[in-house]
Ligand binder design. Structure first.
Ligand SMILES: [Zn+2]
Length: 237
């Protein structure tokens, strides 16, 4: 048994991040975001609306065996756990079904870096080629294998998985992945997107992937949610 006490600060962090992802249009009735704390993760629970989920509806799950320490985790928690098990550098993960990135996943069309927001994901976001929901550890391992060292992967006909070092970076990447897909979707009717070269990816990523830029994206996501009244019933709103 874990001796980890349930942390109020991380429950609140996940509640705020979940609502911010909903306000940003990335979460609908589906979608989950998690954060790692030692041998457990905190993740928004299975049944609560992503728009109103409170800290008491954040589930806590052991990474090693997937056992719930508190609450009812989402059905696809195996997807998160597999990424944490495979990558020590992953401190936060999000799975959701955003409109534009999932459209690329549905078409089986590579999401290439041809717009600045997409540069941090490298030349192409890899595609996991199975539309089934990820509810078992063996499926999770297959996704983690396709993800490799990338920051995100598309799940064909399903959605996306995004991994990052912490929650602000995970939210920032989630926003940028969908923005890149949206820009490409608007570009394709005009002509083939002009993919960045390796040097262009390196230079653009160096400019974007900085703490102050990640903090700006995170702050903006939180402020949009706060102004929309999404945090009115949360502590410290
Ligand atoms: Zn899903």
């Amino acid at each position: 048994m874990t001796t980890t006490a349930v942390r109020a600060d991380l429950s609140l962090l996940i509640a705020r991040a979940t609502r911010a992802m909903a306000i940003a249009g990335l979460f609908d009735m589906h979608g989950h975001i998690s954060v790692r704390d030692g041998d457990v993760i905190y993740i928004n629970d299975r049944r609560s609306s992503r728009r109103t989920l409170g800290p008491d509806h954040v589930a806590v799950v052991r990474v090693a065996d997937g056992q719930a320490v508190r609450g009812e985790p989402p059905s696809e928690t195996a997807l998160h756990l597999a990424c944490y098990r495979a990558r020590e550098d992953v401190g936060s993960a999000a799975h959701f079904h955003p409109l534009f990135a999932t459209a690329f996943a549905t078409a089986g069309r590579p999401l290439v870096a041809a717009y600045c927001a997409g540069a941090v994901f490298g030349h192409e976001v890899p595609v996991f080629d199975d539309p089934d929901l990820i509810r078992r550890d063996d499926q999770g391992r297959e996704v983690a294998s396709v993800l490799g060292g990338h920051r995100a992967a598309l799940l064909r006909g399903h959605g996306v998985i995004v991994v990052a070092e912490d929650v602000p970076a995970c939210v920032a990447q989630s926003l940028w992945l969908e923005e890149s897909a949206r820009r490409l979707a608007h570009t394709i009717p005009l002509g083939e997107p002009k993919a960045f070269s390796a040097d262009e990816i390196r230079r653009v990523t160096a400019a974007i992937w900085q703490p102050k830029v990640i903090e700006k994206a995170w702050t903006d996501a939180l402020e949009r949610a706060r102004v929309a009244g999404a945090f009115d019933d949360l502590p410290g709103a």
